[in-house]
Design a protein around this ligand. Structure first.
Ligand SMILES: [Mg+2]
Length: 448
């Protein structure tokens, strides 16, 4: 028996805006941040979870996390996870907090941190990595993790059980693939940030190509001419006929007609997909872009700002996307992701999770492994960005173009306490980087 006795939050911000890491057409200068949740128990185990933001407002998410953890303090872990779908429903059903969502925005980002901290705690008590807990579940147990309200018009629990049962025969061999680190091929965005100069971009592309990557994503959307130049450089490095795949990401800057016109201009560079061509809430807009670009062989991807399973349901039902980019903490943690994995499987759309942020590759490696081993039975890609991993006890690692399957108990986002102290915002005088002279250009600069 493990009882949750208290919860704390940490507002941790890494000053990535200084070198434009993470910069794209919409997010000019982000400071990659974690709204971090620690669940303390009456045992030696702690649950660690976080949600990702890009700086200002991270404190608001931390405040929301506290409102949610208030609902589980004093409860036994075993009773919370015994009927996970019911617990998840309970966590989104505070009738007053629900008003500031429902199931979207800050309160839902906070839910992601809390739910993931519970999974981390559970996994540690079971001495398993999170992906393995799910891999060891029966189809019935998997389905009990999910709150099916709002999605039964797309998939019912009975249908989900039948789908999972159909994938069971190959499961043992897919677990073996995971154990030899062949479950999750990686792609890289490291070279592609919009704020990087051409030489830096070219150098990073050459470096990542030599490391075994075959899929590369570049940010677009600043201007057609500049993007043509950048994509030409990228194709020069990776070629057109060497089996290397190029993807582009506009981070929502365009209207629907602009997205179509712009991408027709970039079609000669043969991107596999355009990611986030327009507003993340525009289901029919994505459908229109997809239909218009189909003759050019360009697909549509979205999901990193898709706020919940209902939006994913609509994108899938309408045939609006070719690639489903779930985010580990934009949605309400593992449970809601499992619901989307099932729907994507039903609509035959591959899962390519969003991982461009601190802690995200650590999380999503579990989710992609679950998708391969338990749900879709098919290999798909997972984004990897090569920075800020040193702050975690169990950083994600890429070898030969694949993620190394996590083996340590938990959900892999436990951050080193010294990193939390050093980058806590506003932090302690003499301890936090944010109190130093170096921080002044960010703190006193123009907020863009
Ligand atoms: Mg993106």
């Amino acid at each position: 028996m493990v009882k949750i006795v208290s919860a704390t939050t940490r507002d941790v911000r890494f000053p990535t805006s200084l070198d434009k890491t993470g910069s794209d057409a919409m997010n000019a200068a982000g400071d990659y941040s974690a709204a971090y949740c620690i669940l303390k128990t009456d045992s030696t185990h702690e649950g660690h979870g976080m949600t990702f933001t890009i700086g200002r407002g991270n404190d608001i998410v931390c405040a929301a996390i506290t409102h949610l953890t208030d609902r589980i303090i004093g409860q036994d872990l075993s009773s919370l996870v015994a009927d996970w779908g019911k617990t998840w429903r309970y966590l989104v059903s505070d009738s007053q907090l629900r008003w500031i969502g429902p199931e979207k925005g800050v309160i839902h980002l906070a839910l992601g941190a809390v739910v993931n901290a519970l999974w981390d705690l559970w996994a540690k008590t079971l001495d398993k990595p999170v992906w393995r807990i799910v891999a060891d579940m029966s189809p019935e147990e998997f389905v009990r993790c999910i709150d099916f309200r709002y999605i039964t018009d797309a998939i019912t629990p009975e249908e989900a059980i039948a789908m999972l049962k159909a994938e069971e025969p190959g499961k043992a061999s897919r677990i073996a693939d995971a154990e030899r680190d062949r479950a999750v091929p990686a792609y890289t965005t490291s070279a592609g940030w919009l704020g990087y100069g051409k030489e830096k971009m070219k150098g990073l592309l050459e470096e990542t190509l030599s490391k075994g990557y075959r899929h590369f994503k570049l940010k677009v959307g600043s201007s057609v001419e500049a993007d043509k130049e950048r994509l030409a450089i990228a194709r020069e490095v990776i070629g057109y006929d060497k089996g290397n795949v190029l993807m582009v990401d506009a981070n929502q800057v365009w209207s629907v007609p602009e997205a179509i016109a712009y991408m027709k201009e970039l079609a000669p560079f043969k991107p596999w997909f355009i990611e986030e061509p327009t507003s993340p809430d525009d289901v029919f807009g994505h459908k229109a872009v997809r239909d218009a670009l189909k003759p050019y062989g360009i697909g549509v991807a979205t999901g990193e700002m898709c706020q919940n399973r209902v939006m994913f349901k609509q994108l899938l039902q309408q045939g609006a996307i070719d690639v489903c980019q779930i985010d580990a903490c934009r949605m309400g943690g593992v449970n809601e992701v499992l619901a989307v994995l099932l729907m994507a499987k039903k609509f035959n759309v591959p899962i390519v999770p969003h991982s461009g942020g601190v802690g995200l590759p650590e999380y999503t490696q579990h989710l992609s492994t679950i998708d391969y081993v338990v749900v879709s039975g098919k290999l798909s890609l997972l984004e990897y960005v090569d920075h800020l991993h040193e702050h975690f006890y169990h950083p994600s690692v890429i070898k030969d173009g694949y993620y190394t399957t996590p083996t340590e108990p938990g959900y892999s986002v436990e951050m080193r306490p010294e990193s939390m102290d050093k980058f806590e915002y506003p932090g302690k005088e003499g301890v936090s980087w944010w109190r130093s002279e170096e921080a002044k250009p960010i703190l006193q600069g123009v907020k863009i």
